[in-house]
Write a protein that binds this ligand. Sequence first.
Ligand SMILES: N[C@@H](CCC(=O)N[C@@H](CS)C(=O)NCC(=O)O)C(=O)O
Length: 218
Amino acid sequence: MQLQKLANAVYRLTYFNLWAKGPAPALALSHSGLKHELVYPKDWSKEKGKATFSKLPMLQVEGGPTISHELAILNFIGRVVPKMAGENTHDYLVSQQLMCESEDIYAKLTRFQPTTSKKEKVTKEELDAFWSKPPNMMVHNREQGLHGNLRLLDDFYETTSSGTSIGECKLYSTLHLLRMIDGSVLETYGFLTISTKRHLRGHLLGSASFIPLCICFE
Ligand SMILES: N[C@@H](CCC(=O)N[C@@H](CS)C(=O)NCC(=O)O)C(=O)O
């Protein structure tokens, strides 16, 4: 399918009623201007076997491809709508790096943080250490805990000219996820707090609010 056709196609994003890996693509679709709808799976136990890679989120293009994996979906939206990827090299690189650092945080949450369906993943001491601050920035990044990533993001201090690139959609989705677990998590981070307030209170949450999403990590 040619890019011109993709730009005019209708998109369907399927994801669970959870604030986890669906919101960033939903935000990106919303900012992209692409025609789209957001749906929950009707009966996941029946649909799982048919879904590419057997998981969600999944983006279907009417008359075109189906894409799995959150980051692949975000990058695809950036390919169809170049302003979402970042139109100059600076914006592209900022967007990609914010997206990848945010995914690092998500991966750590998956490892440590209890979810509604899986309560105990690590010991209480390990979970406390994961949330403790200030982080020791001299140890291997997998041992730094959550605040190691937040410190690095805050120091990175870069945005794209639009502020709503795919990387920023992933970043704000991730920061909001953290704030759903602990409302004070960003208190000591000037840049992240300002950016989050500006973007989450404004159009980002507003545009995603038509699909209700529950807490996933507790
Ligand atoms: N690498 C994938 C991971 C997706 C994933 O783990 N999806 C979970 C929900 S967050 C899922 O579909 N779980 C239901 C299942 O596996 O049956 C991505 O980044 O999109």
